[in-house]
Design a protein around this ligand. Structure first.
Ligand code: RRO
Length: 313
């Protein structure tokens, strides 16, 4: 049975990755999780300089999900290269460096520092963080800027270039189209949705920055619709993210058109979720005589005449 997936020149042993911001730099849970069984790790977003992130409180639980406003806290690319890459290199899995920035120049500089390193196999570009004033959503909701960022980064790397899109737009497919036309190899769909939660006694927001990014099972139906929309607009692979907790969830994403999936918030409940999901997908395929997971991708049967989303795609 074929479990693997090739993106450009990189072969993933299976189609399950762990999402940025939910698995650190792969070092915190390496004693608990057999990282070599994952298709890959997407690192916490890296910026040029280290960042402390937003003030506390910056995480709160919500019904079937959580809100975060971490504010891009990270160790900075230099420390990542000196301290984390040597450890990451020991894991027998694919490492995708996620990059966030507040200018096109910063995206380019961070990518150029990582590009020559053999411990980094590809890039996921974060144009969708809802929790920073500069960059983040101001980039990710501007289709021209997303196009320029993609174009500039494409010129600088031969490794897989994935753009992580925000759902906080009217038509995510417009953004995916521009990524495809400027040379991206894939798009990740979706980052978190802007949300709020209120302490009714204090009449204050539960998150210091008032709003945060909503993730977890609560957003899965939205993520599925965004993946379906994107898949029907572009030919490049779509990486599905949003509330995946089980192999059944992952299979839903494959059926609507995801070529790979990322496990995010579920890692906070159990950091082995990605491995359980990968094993479950394999068993589902074996039981159903599916010799390649790829064969179920985009196989959703809709009635095109009454389907709302199909009518405007
Ligand atoms: O660090 C964050 O607050 C954060 C980021 Br960079 C992101 O891309 N998505 C998110 O929900 N939080």
């Amino acid at each position: 049975m074929i479990e693997s997936f090739k993106l450009k020149n990189v072969e993933f042993k299976n189609r399950v990755l762990v999402a940025s911001g939910t698995f650190g730099y792969g070092d915190e849970v390496s004693d608990l999780v057999d990282i070599g069984k994952l298709g890959g790790i997407v690192t916490k977003s890296l910026s040029m300089k280290p960042r402390d992130g937003n003030p506390n409180p910056r995480i709160t639980e919500t019904a079937s999900g959580m809100l975060n406003s971490i504010g891009l806290a990270n160790i900075g690319v230099e420390k990542f290269i000196s301290d984390k890459i040597p450890v990451l290199r020991k894991h027998n899995t694919i490492i995708i460096a996620n990059i966030a920035a507040s200018s096109i120049e910063e995206y380019c500089s961070v990518l150029e520092m990582l590009e020559p390193l053999s411990g980094v196999h590809g890039f996921e570009i974060n144009v969708s963080c809802p929790n920073v004033k500069e960059g983040g959503l101001s980039f990710g909701t501007d289709v021209k800027l997303v196009g320029r960022i993609t174009k500039e980064l494409r010129r600088r790397t031969q490794k897989p270039l994935i753009i992580k899109l925000t759902p906080n737009v009217t038509h995510i497919s417009e953004f995916a189209r521009v990524c495809e036309s400027e040379g991206a190899d894939a798009v990740s769909v979706i980052n978190t949705l802007i949300g709020m939660s209120v302490n009714i006694n204090a009449r204050k927001p539960k998150i210091a920055t008032t709003t945060g990014g909503l993730s977890g099972p609560a957003i899965k139906p939205i993520a599925l619709a965004k993946v379906y929309e994107t898949r029907n607009a572009v030919k490049i692979p779509v990486i599905g993210i949003g509330g995946i907790c089980s192999w059944e969830d992952a299979v839903e994403f494959f059926i609507v058109g995801a070529s790979m999936v990322q496990i995010g918030t579920a890692n906070f409940v159990n950091p082995s979720t990605g491995i359980t999901v990968a094993e479950g997908i394999k068993q589902y395929c074996q039981k159903n005589d599916i010799d390649d997971v790829g064969k179920i991708i985009g196989t959703l049967q809709t009635n095109k005449t009454i389907s709302i989303i199909d009518s405007w795609l």
